[in-house]
Design a protein around this ligand. Structure first.
Ligand code: C2O
Ligand code: CU
Ligand code: CU
Length: 526
């Protein structure tokens, strides 16, 4: 049987909506895309997922799903992944499916890395709501280097709500896109290898140019009418204040308004009209935008104050495993002194163009947006009193910490009863920086925020001083310095999922330099 065929009308139309032509009958042709670079493959069709280094000089790596390099995986809720993951890197790796509710064995967190040359059979069923999920390398001590090297891929999950939205929008073929935005240090047209200094270990590794699905200066051609974009911040450390510039200055700053329709774990209950949205590392947004007669729109990260209050450097984390394996890039200067020039990095919070949309074709109507997108209930209705308190601290000698405790692979910070509903209070120190905190395996809702700094507070337009991006199902949430946030975390398994025995998961900052450092804890669900 030809496994590359998109079986079932739902998946075929989802694939078409993601910018690919309908199912091909030619088994030699990978799921064709409207444009080079966007390679859509059905999750259930993958048999072999190879993790390989394709440029040993610069340390650039890719995922290869059977024959498709850097695939965008698409699955309908309920479908199964059943494939062999092969590690062809010179370092251990794992493939973590960020946002999915999976048992420990399939989660791909760093507990059980695949050593170079080894393989691992991984099987799971997608139980989550439709939304943009992603998969990335997660071997402790190597995560930041491997993700920067390119080991991050997209997984678009579809379901009936998702299909209903596409239908209501009357999307033209090619007008739905999934984009992973990352920043890279580019000099002379080439991406520099990962080589963090002690200052990078403290603040994170920042580049000077954006890649969208691995391309510099990415441009996508879309038709007039609604455009639906599912966007991931796949940067190691850079926060994005996402907005769209329309070229001409209409109404002041030339920003094109858009509608936020979904976040990490799927669709909101109803669309929210916004002009900008914070999207921190690991977070996703699902947006719908009307080009309204423009011929080009540029997605940008607007300038903002990124609140890096912590000063100094963090010690380079010591990972015994790093001594056994070489860096990904032969040209890496990983353990040497910082270079003096900084032309290849742009500070966090500086304006950065991300990708462009070129609008071509006959004008097309934009039907009204549906007022209901999903049955997601209002989180504010449940209990609000904290059942677990977590502190994010800064320590001059150790760097950033969760509850004063540096990460250890063999430690458990706490255990949780399966099915428990907890309220987490997470407080970030005033002498700190923004930390996008990520919970493996279980989605949560943001209940309220307190102590948000002035310029960001301006965008906290929702009840509980929340941002519009706090309204959906989340797995990663930004905590500004001095802020306290309250989350409702539900440890129930999705319908008919059975995980036997204790399962370990991770809770960490998704600034990858912080994650590889000390800012992670393990917990178990019993
Ligand atoms: Cu996307 Cu533990 O990570
Ligand atoms: Cu994750
Ligand atoms: Cu952090």
């Amino acid at each position: 049987m030809n496994r590359r065929l998109f079986l079932g009308a739902g998946l075929a139309s989802a694939a078409a909506a993601c910018g690919v032509v309908r199912a091909t009958r030619d088994p030699t042709v990978a799921a064709p895309t409207a444009l080079a670079g966007d390679r859509v493959v059905a999750l259930s069709a993958v048999r072999r997922l190879v993790v390989e280094r394709r440029d040993p000089l610069a340390g650039r790596c890719s995922y290869v799903a059977d024959t498709t390099v850097q695939p965008i995986l698409v699955a309908r809720r309920g479908e199964t992944f059943d494939a062999v993951i092969e590690n062809a890197l010179p370092q251990p790796t794992t493939v973590h499916f960020h946002g999915l509710t999976l048992p420990e064995a399939a989660d791909g967190a760093g507990f059980d890395p695949i050593v170079p040359g080894a393989r691992k059979q991984v099987r799971f069923e997608v139980k989550n709501r439709s939304g943009l999920y992603w998969f990335h390398a997660h071997p402790h001590g190597f995560t930041a280097e491997q993700v920067y090297g390119g080991l991050a891929g997209l997984l678009v999950v579809t379901d009936d709500d998702d299909a209903a939205l596409d239908a209501a929008l009357g999307l033209a073929p090619g007008n739905r896109r999934a984009l992973a935005v990352a920043d890279a240090r580019v000099a002379g047209g080439a991406i520099r290898p990962y080589a963090p200094t002690e200052a990078d270990c403290l603040h994170g590794w920042f580049g000077n140019r954006a890649l969208a699905n691995g391309e510099l200066d990415a441009r996508r051609v879309v038709a007039p009418g609604w455009v639906r974009l599912q966007i991931l911040n796949a940067c190691n450390a850079r926060g994005l204040l996402l907005a769209f510039r329309g070229g001409e200055a209409r109404g002041g700053d030339g920003l094109v308004p858009f509608h936020l329709v979904g976040t990490d774990g799927g669709l909101l209950a109803a669309p929210r009209a916004v002009e900008r949205a914070f999207v921190y590392t690991g977070e996703r947004v699902d947006v719908v935008i009307d080009p309204a007669g423009r011929r080009e729109i540029t997605a940008v990260s607007l300038e903002f104050d990124p609140r890096h209050h912590a000063q100094g450097t963090a010690p380079r984390p010591h990972h015994p495993a790093r001594e056994r394996y070489s860096p990904l890039a032969a040209a890496s200067v990983c353990e040497t002194a910082p270079r003096a020039d900084s032309a290849d990095r742009l500070p966090d919070g500086a304006e950065l163009p991300l990708f462009a949309l070129r609008i071509e074709g006959a004008t097309r109507a934009t039907p009204p947006l549906p007022s209901r997108l999903s049955a997601l209930a209002d989180a504010a209705a449940g209990p609000q009193d904290a059942t677990r308190r977590i502190r994010l601290d800064f320590d001059e000698r150790a760097g950033f910490l969760i509850d004063q405790t540096p990460y250890r692979l063999d430690e458990l910070a706490f255990t949780v009863k399966r099915g428990a509903r907890e309220v987490w209070e997470i407080r970030n120190s005033p002498i700190s920086m923004p930390h996008p905190m990520h919970l493996h395996g279980f989605g949560f809702r943001v209940l309220r925020r307190q102590g948000t700094y002035g310029a960001a507070r301006r965008f906290a337009t929702e009840s509980g001083a929340r941002f519009p991006t706090d309204l959906g199902m989340k797995d990663t949430v930004l905590v500004w310095p001095n802020e306290t946030i309250w989350l409702a975390v539900d440890f129930a398994l999705p319908e008919d999922a059975v995980f036997r025995g204790a399962q370990r998961y991770m809770f960490h900052c998704h600034n990858l330099e912080h994650e590889d450092g000390t800012m992670m804890r393990n917990f178990a669900v019993l």
